[in-house]
Structure formats: structure tokens, C-alpha cells
Write a new protein. Sequence first.
Length: 695
Amino acid sequence: MTSTPPSSSADDRARIYNGRYELIRQIARGGTAQVYLARDLLLDRPVALKVLFPELSSDFSFVERFRREAQAAANLSHPNIVPVFDWGESERTYFIVMEYVDGEPLSAIIRSQAPLPPARAAGIAADISKALSYAHRHGVVHRDVKPGNVLITRDGQVKVTDFGIARAVGSDDSVTQTGLVMGTATYFSPEQAQGLGVDGRSDVYALGVVLYEMVTGRPPFSADTPVAIAYKHVSEAAVPPRELEPRVPEPLEAVILRAIAKQPSDRYPTAEDLHADLQRYTQGVPVLAMAAATAGGLGATQMLAPMGATQAIAPASATTVLPMRQATEAVATDVQHRTELVGGTSGEKPEMPKRRWVGWTLVGLLLAAALAFLVYFGGRSLGYFGAPGYFSMPDVEGINVFTAAHVLQADGLKWHTTAVYNSEPPGSVVKQSPAVRTMVQRGEKVYLTVSRGPKKVAVPGVVNESYTSAEAAMKSAGLKYQLIPVTPPPGAVVGTVTRTDPPASTMVLPGDTVKIYYFHGTAQTSVPKVAGDTLAEADAAITASHLTLNPVQSVPSAKYPKGVVSGTQPPEGSTVREGTGITVLISAGPPATVPDVTNEPAAAAESAITKAGLVYHVVYVSGLPSDNGYVTSQSPAGGTQLTQGSTVTISVVKSAGTTTSSTTTTTTSVKTTTTTLPPHSKSRHKHSPSAPPGN
């Protein structure tokens, strides 16, 4: 997707797709769609809205491919892949909703900064290869890897986007017509340029081209038309990067040349293997591509037969869909033209030289030499001429793979490497087959198992999360961490993680320590006025003041109705440090005043408590007969303010030989117990005890 200057119109701003996505401005434009910055009105967040051109919406093949893009990308969840949130149809066209990435495309960085430092370029390529490896494992080939489809966020995170012409590997491909070439000419793999079947190794090739461009400032092949560029991908060798930019290290050049080998079998087998070699380079460990080069070439210069190229219908940097028949005819015409220039079309036989016996003599000598060569080396293989046909397999276990490669090459052996994680140093041979001292012949293949070193884990992405969430993420990943406070700028949210060292997605060993930088609360702010608000409104106001919300408390309030915020602790207007926890007080309704019911008959006390909106709890105690049925004490005391529905406990005298008044058992909320207390020395009643209840 090619970036364009931000633009907008009143018409665009007024458009809302599916009643949910409001356009803000256009941010990019590609070969089949344009991308807008939009706002998700439901979740109140920025998103990227990719809208198919209306004129293509009536083309079933384009619409179906657009739909498949959404389905393919929506199933991919990886830190280095831009996620797809939604897709649909609106305004007589189709759209995809993606994460909005606040950054710039790699293409812009290359234009303004290339050639990039080798370490930075390798790091970016390593992140891209991680994304591709994940997609390949889930059956999706990108098919259009290019700098314009790689976004770099402000904190340096790499994200691959636009699986616009990706398709599920092994799925029904009725939408992709036979003979169509899809992709971008500058980054075509040779097999893609010829309209042949592609797999993950085609993405490896395209990434190799991107890496080549990052370190040299130019792609390996360029021409006036996509046809000419595609032809070069198929039939011409790339200039080694070091010839264009001497500062490119040899190991990184070896990685690039292996990635852009013409034959897929000569490239890295998977994007994961490319990622592993890039990691070796960034860690200062010898790359396996150097061993492959020593073994017999990277294959970058091996030509594919020009079965066809591409016909220009778009600029070389744009995604291209090309009819294969026309492309093949174009290349055939080009080949014919080159042949005519050599002079091979006249049909006349060249004149024989007069001294042709000299040529026949040379031919005879060459044939004799060839025969002698075959006899000698054939005899050696059978044990003649003093040389045995077999020899003992050398021991290469425990040594570096490059040293092992030299040993095997000296003995005329071939080799194949497989990398595994273990505790041995990276790059060392941990196993070989055939085993040591096994009898082998020249030309046999030796299988080497090479250590990748201990298996690493990716640093979790925790930027913009709270530092407590970051701590949990590091623990879950098996990593240690160190919290480093940073003074926040005005308006920053205290406790938010600003960055990590190493950054997100960096591969580290389990148990390594990650530094977590977060905003430490030092700025002052005021507690907002939220009395009378709902809890949701209060939460929003407190958060906007860069404060945090503590668990709420329910308290009685004569001023505010039940369920409404009645105040805060600390009180509104208080000056506190940003990040301070604020307790919101929720009204439990008007308060209830506890009546004074001491020395009252039990029935009267119960009635008074119930009328006050409270619940009574009776505890029977022993006492003087004259006090029988009267309240001797209560808790809480009269005059106390309580939430309605709270319980008041009253102690009622029950003398021996008396029974409990029926009035104390008519309320289901009443609980009665009996407690023996010292007898009253003297009872005091506010009413005459002449006819106490229960007598």
C-alpha cells in the first residue's frame, strides 16, 4: 500500500460506514483500494478503514479476493502483523477494518534514510520474517511483501500489513485464475514472475529483496517497465550488495544472496530459517548462509528458464495482476530479438575454416584426455591405482558448522544442516550422520544437526499498559524485570509503561531481565466534583484527572437518592498526586435515626425501630421480675445515623417462669437469644410496670 499525503474532504468526513466507522481522512492509496483513518464510534477508538474502489466492486474476482484478505488476516494474531477487526459492505463497495498503526511505512524510511545501518536493517527484516513465519505456519502466503506493506511504529515496532493477495495454502483457488501473476514487480520471486505456483519461499525471496534495498538504497533489479523488471528476476544475477555498499558485512550479504537465490530450493527453506540466520548475524554468531556459500554457491546466480515474464499495467512499485499469455509473448519476442542480434536466424551454414584438421586434432586430444580422466577416477572409486574407494567418516561433532563444512568439503562430501535448540553454543555441530569412522565415499551427503543455542522467548509488548500488567506479562513469559520510574510529562497517565529494554518482540533467554520504564506519579491534580453523578460518569471524570478509582463504598445520604454518587474520599477539590486512588461514595438512600428505646416495653421498642426503617434483633437477658419484658440496653445508641435496613440489637429482660410475648416473634427478621446477666439492683422505667408484657 503506497502512502499518500493526508487529505480529506467534507464529503469524506461526513461518511459513516455501516453506521459505525466515521471517516476522518485518507492516509494511503493502493492498486485496488484506498485507506482512511476512521473512528470506531462503538468502541471509540481510531481504526484504519480499507475501502475497495467502487469500480472494482462489481468484479466478482476482486471482491472475492478482498473477502479472502479479511478472512486470512483476521485469523492471524501476532505482534508483527496488523490485525483485522471487521469487514463488510457499505456505500455500494466493500471495506476492511484494521488496527490503526501510528507510524510510517518502511518505503518512506528507505527513501529518506537508506542505506540503513546493517544492524537496523537486519533487525527490521528479522521482525518481518517472524510475521511471515507465523503466517506460513497458519497456511497463509503473503505474496506481496514490499516496503510499502511494512509499517514502523513510533517506538520501533515492525508490523506487516496488507495480505491483499494472500491466499490460504491448499484452499480452493478458484478465484486465482490460471496464468495470472499477482504481486509487485520489483519484489517478484522468479517463480511468481513466471506465473508458477508459489509457497513461503516466494515471500522469503521478496523479503531478501527488501533487505537488499534497505542496505544498498536500491532494489537489485530496476527497469522502465514491470515486464523488464520481471525478466531480470528470472534471468539476471543480482549485483552483490557489497559492490554497491562496501559497508555491508559479508555475513549479511551471504544472508541476502541466499534469500534471493533464483531457485526456491537454494533459498532458506522457511521464513523461520531466515529469521534464525538474521538472529545469528545480530548476535555476532556465524550465519549458516556463509557455510552454504562455501559448499557450492548460494544459487543467486543460477538462472531459471525464461518461461514468461510480466506485462506492464501499473508502475513497478504497485501491486500488479498480469495475463501470463501476453507476458510470455513479450519475453519470447525479447529472446527472439536477442537471437537475431547474435546472427542465428539466417539459416545459412557457416563457412568451414580452411585448416579444419587443426580443429579435429584438438577434438581428438580432448576426447583422449576425457577418457583418461574417467578411467583414472573410475578406477580410484573401485580401489585401483593405489587409492581406496571408501574412507573413514571424519569427526565433526562439537566444532563450529563452518569448520565442519571445510572439513567435509576437503573430503569431497556434501552436507545438509538442521538447526535445533539446545544448551550447546550456537552454530556448533551436535550430531552427525553417518557416524564417525563409518566408511563413506566422495560425493555422499552428510547430515549435520546444528545448535541454535538455548530456545529464546519474545519480550512481551507492554507499552501503554499499566506497569502492574507489564509485571504479570513478564512473569508469564518466564522473564525477570526491573521497574524504572520516569517523570511524566503534563497530562501523561501515571503508571503507564513508556518503553522496555530490550524492546517488544526481541528474542531473549528465559530468566533474562527486562527493564520496564513507566511514568511515576509526581505531578499534582485536584479531585473532581462528582457528587450527583452516576458511577460511570464519576469514573470517567476521575480517570480524566489522571487519578485511579478505588472500590466504592455505600453510605447513607439525605441529599442524594440511592445509587447516586454522594461524594469522594479525599473530598472534591483536594490536591493530590496524579495516580492517587479515589474512593467514590455511593448513596444508600436517606439515613435512618436509631430511636432511644431503653427502658421501653419490648413491643413498643420493636415498633419504634421498625418505623425508623431499621431491623431489630432481640437478646433475652435475666433480670428482676419487675423488669420483665423491658429493654435494658440497645446497640447502637439512640440518635445514631444508620443506613436504612441496618440492625439494632435490644436486650430484653426475661425473668424465670415467664414466657416470651408473642409480639417478639411476629416479625420474621427478629432473632432472639437468651443471656444470663447479673440481676439489676434497681429497675428504672419510663412507664408504669404495673402490667408488664408477658405477665
